[in-house]
Design a protein around this ligand. Structure first.
Ligand code: T4K
Length: 379
């Protein structure tokens, strides 16, 4: 979607969180003085080591975006044949496989968690399956222990798409430490952003080394190429923004959490709309305000509510409707019988409304949004 189409006062889902301008400008000035713009520069290296420390993970490989992080991780893990993943995710998770000639096999979700249902994953494993990609949707952990157990037992590689889950934990262990590797997105709309950016994190030395090689066209030295690869490098300007924003994540988290609690309180008395819960005993980034509409109770269709919000300058989203398996590049799989029916995915995708939050959203904005929803659903 092109943001240029909308007036600036519109309330968007995904307006970026931005840290200290002074700190950012200081770093930009340093970049211009040093004239090191890219190719594993000092800010990229600093970002990688700070991220590793925060997550308690051995290796962090910064890349140019989350989609590239997925593609490189998939290649470094040696996935091929068929890979099982949820359909209820951003399209990149599926594209990253298909782009490399790997068949995405879409699996249904658990309607309570919106994440992969491990039992249904088991049912989809065939002799062609080489891996599983779990997605920690909305930052909520995607059954890490159950999927690790399946992967171990069935000899599969396990990657987590943690694009939404930076600074979140599972059983007090930071997301980033599960499976064979995990990936993050630092896109502008994410909790932590570097404008465009991403990272592959792993505790496995071999996978980290492969990911570094692939990120830099297979180079291991100035003129020595030992494998195929891509240009997946993060540049210094993005790393400077990432580092600056990283210094403010506690503030971002606090505002997000306040916003979440305000929405929860102000939507509580409206019949037929509920808000997706986060486990307050874990670390959360509270980046997504995900509501679910019960059309039977309200008599209002989800898409009607979305249209009304848009007409009033609130760019709510129906992420990730209609599910990847229903999107043009993947519908054909049904004919090939690679595509089982996904009733829970389809049900959840029909009722989701994601509302604006982040540090650019004011308390008065949230009250206005809730009042509008109240009016729409109670009339
Ligand atoms: N895996 C998962 C589970 C993901 O959700 C994603 C990305 C990925 C992998 C891949 O990571 P990346 O390759 O993107 O790093 C957005 C983002 O583009 C995408 O990063 C994100 N997921 C997805 C959930 O959302 P759209 O279609 O919502 O983008 P857009 O341009 O409509 O932006 C959303 C709203 O944010 C706009 O209404 C305006 C506002 N906005 C956006 C930008 C870029 C701003 O206010 N300022 C900005 O600079 O996809």
């Amino acid at each position: 979607m092109d943001c240029g189409k909308y007036p600036i006062e519109i309330l968007h889902v995904g307006k970026p969180n931005i840290g200290s301008r002074d700190a950012f400008f200081k770093r930009i000035s340093q970049i211009l003085d040093n004239r090191i713009l890219t190719n594993n520069g000092p800010f990229v290296q600093e970002l990688e080591s700070r991220l590793s420390r925060i997550l308690g993970v051995k290796h962090c490989v910064a890349v140019c975006n989350g989609t590239m992080a997925l593609e490189i991780a998939i290649r470094a893990l040696g996935m091929e044949g068929e890979v099982i993943l949820p359909s209820f995710t951003f399209i990149s998770t599926a594209h990253a496989l298909e782009w490399q000639g790997i068949t995405p096999v879409f699996c249904d979700i658990d309607p309570d968690t919106h994440n992969l249902d491990p039992q249904k994953v088991e049912e989809l494993i065939t002799e062609k399956t080489t891996g599983i990609i779990g997605v920690h949707l909305w930052g909520r952990p995607c059954a890490p222990e159950a999927l690790e157990e399946i992967a171990r037992h069935r000899g599969l590689t396990l990657l987590f798409d943690a694009a939404h889950a930076f600074a979140c934990s599972y059983k007090n262990r930071m997301i980033g430490n599960f499976g064979d590797a995990e990936i993050f997105s630092f896109h502008a709309t994410k909790f932590l952003n570097s404008a465009e950016g991403g990272a592959i994190v792993t505790n496995n030395d071999g996978i980290a080394e492969k990911a570094r090689q692939i990120r830099n066209m297979g180079f291991v030295d100035y003129d020595k190429v030992i494998s195929n690869g891509v240009n997946g490098k993060m540049n210094e300007l993005c790393a400077a923004l990432g580092l600056t924003n990283l210094e403010s994540i506690d503030d971002f988290k606090e505002v997000n959490c306040q916003n979440y609690n305000q929405y929860k309180k102000e939507l509580a008395h409206i019949q037929g709309i509920s808000i997706v819960e986060y486990n307050a005993e874990e670390k959360n980034n509270w980046q997504y305000i995900v509501t679910m509409l019960d059309e039977k109770k309200t008599g209002v269709q989800r898409d009607k509510l979305i249209t009304l919000l848009h007409e009033n300058g609130i760019l709510a989203r129906r992420y990730f409707w209609p599910g990847c398996h229903k999107m043009e590049p993947y519908c054909y799989k049904k004919k090939e019988k690679l595509q089982p029916s996904l009733p829970e995915t389809e049900k959840i995708a029909r009722i989701i409304v994601v509302l604006p939050t982040g540090t650019a959203t004011l308390q008065s904005d949230i009250s206005d949004i809730c009042r509008l929803i109240n009016k729409a659903l109670c009339n």
